[in-house]
Design a protein around this ligand. Structure first.
Ligand code: FAD
Length: 348
């Protein structure tokens, strides 16, 4: 059985107190915040992350709940659980893709404990990293967690100067497609960052969040019925697993033509990949199957999956085409006479 190493647990009651504790302890000793703990505690058991001080956010009321402001923005507290986000009537009506992505995370048990903020701050994953300490030691570690080997390499791409661990959050690509913003709070003040700038294409430094910052709120811009956003997830088992591909597609329809379109791919790089440029070829015309197929073909050509997540990477590349086609067609309200059931994996 894997056990946690000893650590000090602090339970602030306000956001200001949490930020002060993070600043104070973080200066002297490895310190992290925890929300649901569904990612951090397993990682600590595998010695992938080893904070000596852990600051729990679940006792901070300001970080919970979903509301709207005067300008029509929706504000989601970072410790809102995935289960709450998945069943919230306002999110379900206005941002169904986000509610759906939250519902697609893992199992009911994890969604009851895991939070939206924790999902967005999720550590990047890799077959050579998400292993026990002894497994990693047997290969002399990797550059994401070199531990006793400062010369540790990337086992996925041994000649590579960078780490290729994968962003595997279901909600992250949807947040980017919705053009969400994140409110980050520290003892030094606060700032708002665009979701697209929050995620960094680096398996080790995967967030633009500073170590002393707490993700406090997710801000969603007002939306209307002309937009439709869809999230499709590919994984081994529909009831449980991390995504090996997530596609968030948004299409804004005018009377008959496409006015705007966005496309973001998850679980294919160290950050969600914003492929909106490809989807924008749909703008100005009536959406057709052929136009959607052309975007999907380009996404297929550009996809470079690595052999560091579940299932075969050549197959995952092929599935990029299938899932982009389906997601864009659904977002554009096109009926493709779905050929689901032939892909050998769960389509959510
Ligand atoms: C078996 C299993 C299956 C899983 N399947 C999926 C899946 O299908 N899809 C998926 O996306 N995820 C999956 N997960 C990962 C995880 O359960 C979820 O992503 C969950 O939403 C994480 O939220 P949490 O509150 O538990 O995060 P925590 O474990 O509390 O934290 C995760 C990370 O975020 C940081 N953090 C948390 N909250 C904040 C905050 N407010 N501000 C700053 N940093 C913060 C923590 O320091 C930590 O680094 C799975 C996990 C397991 C164990």
């Amino acid at each position: 059985m894997m056990r946690l190493s000893p650590f000090t647990y602090l339970a602030p009651r306000t956001l200001a107190e949490a930020a002060d504790l993070l600043a104070e302890h973080g200066r002297q000793t490895p310190t992290m915040v925890v929300a649901g703990g569904t990612d951090l505690f397993p990682n600590m058991k595998r010695r992938q992350q080893e904070p000596k001080v852990v600051i729990g956010l679940r006792g901070v009321p300001e970080l919970r709940g979903i509301s709207t402001d005067r300008d029509g923005w929706t504000l989601i507290g970072a410790t809102t659980t995935l289960a709450q986000a998945a069943r919230d009537p306002h999110l379900g009506q206005q941002y169904p893709a986000l509610a759906h992505a939250a519902h697609a995370v893992s199992t009911p048990h994890l969604r009851t404990t895991g939070t939206l903020g924790g999902n967005l701050c999720l550590d990047t994953r890799c077959n050579y990293y998400d292993q026990s300490y002894h497994w990693r030691k047997s290969v002399d570690f990797c550059m994401k967690r070199p531990e006793s080997n400062p010369a540790a390499i990337c086992w996925v791409a041994p000649g590579s100067p960078r780490c290729w661990a994968v962003s595997s959050s279901d909600c992250a690509p949807v947040a980017v497609a919705l053009r969400a913003r994140f409110r980050l709070v520290s003892a030094a003040g606060e700032r708002i960052v665009e979701a697209g700038d929050f995620f960094r294409d680096d398996g080790i430094e995967y967030l633009a969040r500073r170590p002393d910052e707490i993700l406090a709120q997710i801000l969603l811009p007002p939306t209307d019925r002309s937009w439709r956003t869809v999230y499709l997830k590919l994984r081994r088992r529909g009831s449980f697993d991390f995504p090996i591909l997530g596609v968030a597609a948004s299409v804004k329809r005018g009377n008959s033509t496409v006015e705007d379109a966005r496309l973001v791919l998850g679980a294919v790089g160290s950050a969600p990949v914003d492929a909106t440029e490809l989807a924008q070829s749909l703008i100005g015309a009536e959406p057709t199957t052929e136009a959607v197929d052309a975007v999907a073909a380009q996404a297929y050509r550009g996809a470079r999956p690595l052999d560091n997540t579940d299932l075969n990477y050549a197959w995952r590349k092929k599935m990029a085409r299938v899932y982009v086609r389906r997601a864009l067609a659904d977002a554009a309200r096109l009926d493709l006479h779905h050929d689901s059931g032939q892909v050998g994996a769960a389509l959510l």
